[in-house]
Design a protein around this ligand. Sequence first.
Ligand code: GLU
Length: 462
Amino acid sequence: MIVRTRFAPSPTGFLHIGGARTALFSWAFAKKHGGTFILRIEDTDVARSTPEAVQAILDGMQWLGLDYDEGPFYQMQRMDRYKEVIRKMLQEGSAYYCYCSKEELDALRENQMQQGLKPRYDGRWRPEEGKTLPEPPQDIPPVIRFKNPKDGHVSWNDLVKGEISIANQELDDLIIARADGTPTYNFCVVVDDWEMGITQVIRGDDHVNNTPRQINMLKALGATIPQYAHLSMILGGDGQKLSKRHGAVSVMQYDEDGYLPEAVLNYLARLGWSHGDDEIFSKQQFCEWFDLDHITPSAAQFNTDKLNWLNAHYIKQASPETLAREMKKRLAKLHVAVSAQPDLFAVIDLYKERANTLNELAASIAYFYQKPVIDQAAAEKHLTADIKPVIAKLADLLGAVDWQAEAIHHAINEVVTQYQLKFPKVAMPLRVMLTGIAQSPSIDQVMALLGRDEVLTRINQA
Ligand code: GLU
């Protein structure tokens, strides 16, 4: 069997984390089996679909590097085909016109509820052998319903949730075309999964209730039934439905917030799927390992600390060029222009082990390219009157040393010894004066990169 999977988002908003994980799993499954991954935009909800949302989905997938082999297909461009299939079903008797007015259906529902029954269509326009149907009213444009089997069960072995079986009696005759002739959501999915030859439908478990209906329609069309894998929800760290208050939910917001796509991808891969104790793996490794057997049926919880940990790892691993490009872009957003000196690559090297996000990294190195913003509390604590002569002495020495980290360190040591102080007693005020805050990598290295003139200027100004 040649594997064909699809990601079928409805373009009603940005590509969110849950959608991205669905796309990733479908993509990886196809890659692993040398199959085809299809992107299908389910844009039939015209009131809620927007071109901006389509673009956001395309951008998100591109950022994550989830390339598709076929598509994007747009359902709105396939309307004629859906209508053709509906005509065929009408001819073959697996679909029928229903002329119930809204009032009639409301009354039916009301009645059933009063009797404590589950509201459902009662099949009054369903053709049956030996049954005489009412005369079609002239003034009511009919909808078209699928003739769902009445007896038996519809069952499938869900690749995540296991065996699922639903009695056909539970399913009423679904509307597949509205009164204006437009096909409905569940029907378009069926025609597409069939015609696109989808072998594994991997999607969120909010669609698990649609599956028995879709299987019945596929059967009526004589289609091969794909396998289904319904992925559990992603919850926020507090166990609640993932929402904006948990931080970013849009994939592109992670870019905005300073996450590398490799980190987000690696994080999503582990969200509900596992490969032993492995936490860090490349995209390629993931494709080789990925299977549907190790997906947890229970909901996965989002954990920002873990994402940060992975991001820190990928920042350390990133190529100097990638980091330099990201830093220029992100510093520009902070209105900081990177000049030729201090050397950006060296600056990044000094700091990249310390950052969880690219934005943190950019913020922490900004002082190399603009005057530092001195933290008031740090200044009060470390820039004390007693330290002034020590720093003045150091400044003297610095005027003459060979401008290398080692020699600078030596000069600091000299005043430390002369004034009988501990090293931090001098290093801390230097940090505050030069970087604005009391934490930095080794201060002599910071000074070496800043350059003698800049160091002396900042000391004088402070
Ligand atoms: N368009 C649906 C959604 O965005 C997905 C349908 C499917 O995967 O079958 O939720």
